[in-house]
Every structure is written in structure tokens, then in C-alpha cells.
Design a protein around this ligand. Sequence first.
Ligand code: BEZ
Ligand code: FE
Length: 299
Amino acid sequence: MKNVSIDTITQAFVDYCSDDTDARTMFVLQKMVEHLHAFAKETQLTHAEWARGLKFLTDAGKISDDERNEFVLISDVTGLSSLVDMIGSQHEGTSSSVLGPFHSVGAPLLPVGADLKKDNEGATVVVEGFVKDTDGNAISGATIELWQTAENGLYYSQDGAQNDFNLCCSMHSNLEGRYAFTTVKPAPYMVPDDGPVGELFRATGRTPWRPSHLHFIVQKTGYKSLVTEVFANEDPYLDADAVFGVREDLIMDYVEHSDLSALPKDLEVGDKVTLPYFKVDFDFVLVAENTITPEREDT
Ligand code: BEZ
Ligand code: FE
């Protein structure tokens, strides 16, 4: 096309592409360019605004390294990560939620009832529940990985004062599908706002805070892996999560107890739990691998 115009440039991109390319790749890339062009036309994007956008992406590249990936954070805080998550998990199982950057591979495997609180400051929380399939049958031998912040709102990897793998573990559900552990109440925290993502927050008047949460990955052969988070019902940031991770079924009551008889019997700390403690009951529902997911538009 020798005379590309505002009206023909999108089709020109499509026409210039080769037919030999993988169909799905071509579909996704053509749609991306179509939406980019539509965005520029709808906003009547100025040259200065276009240059500012490119500077934003360049700055994201400069601040990223092996430890920090500003592009993942951009995806998180614009809601793209959560949107992709929700598109891929439209089923009757437990909702998935963002993975975030603080998952560590290699956390110790602990028995059901383990104590993660140890010497950590903060209110004691007893978390207990079952791993089930969508018919309510117990799933034994599922691997449950957990990680969370300490009371100061920091993960162990951000805080030199915490031991390696503090407040992290993996655990296998028992024959009844049950898991349980003692921990501390996690705290709300801010996603890193000292880079381009911080500028985005300030430019849009949004808060960089995330409501307090426990992170989980639950896996069992034959079932779809579940990456999720469990939130506290009274948290002030539930309606403003910086990364849009909150789903109704992931919000739990932290029920205050002083009654030791309400404790699970197999807790490693037994009845030496500090009082009052909070109890969180949360079941994970896994979806079988062969469950049909909604069809994509291009198939
Ligand atoms: C987190 O929950 O750990 C997290 C998620 C997305 C961005 C930053 C942190
Ligand atoms: Fe987190």
C-alpha cells in the first residue's frame, strides 16, 4: 500500500503480515495493533503524549533487573494480570488471584498443623480447611504452598531482619483433604511506587496499597493448578486493591476466639496459642484438568 492513511493503516498492518505465521500468534498480534491504532484515534493522541508513553516504557526497562520487573508490575496495576487470570479461570472452583513477585521456590515442607508463627510478632491466626474437587470430594496429597508478609508488611525476601523462608511453607493435604497451620495476621502493604508505576499511581490519584492477604498455590496431578490469595474481611483496602486481586469468594472473616477447645487438635503449638487468636476457615476447590473451559473467540 503506497498511500497509507488514518483510515487504511490498520488494514495495511494486516496485509503486510505473512499468511505462513501461526494462526493464534497472528490473531493476537493483529488484534493488539488494531486496538493500539483505535486507542490513538479515539484519544487523538498527541506527539507529546506518545513520547511520554514511550519514556514511561523506557524508564520501566531501565529500573528492571533480575530482582525487579517493572513490566509485570505495570501489568498488575493496570489490571491486565487480573483480567488474564479471570479469563483463564471461569469455572466453579476457587477463584484465582495474582501470583505477585514474592513467591519463593524451595520453602520447607511442613506437616499439617505446623507452626509458622514461631517468634514473629503479631496476632496469632489459625488457618484450617480442606482441598476438595467441584463435587465436594476430599483431595488428599495436594501440595499447598503458602507465603505472606510479617506484621510489618514485608515479605522475608524484602526484610533482612527475617529468617529465610519466614512465614512460607509447603504442606500436603492429609487423607481427609485437610490442611492447617498457625501463623500471624498479615499486614496491608504498598506495591513498589518508586519507579514508573509510582508515577502512574500519582497521575491517576490511586493508592499503591494492597489489602492484607495470604498467598497460596494449590496443586494436585489431574487438577488445574490454583494460584490464589485469601483476604481479611475487615481490611480497609479491599475496595482499592492496587492490583485488582480481590474476589468475593476469597474474602474471609478472621473470627476472634479465646476458646481453646475450638482449636484444631493437631496444631504443633497445641494449646500454647497466644490468646485471643483469629480463626480462618478456608476450603480450596480444584477443577479437574479435563474440565471444558469457555471457547476462545478465534477457535
Ligand atoms: C503481592 O501480592 O505480593 C504483589 C502482587 C502484585 C504486585 C506486587 C505485589
Ligand atoms: Fe502479596
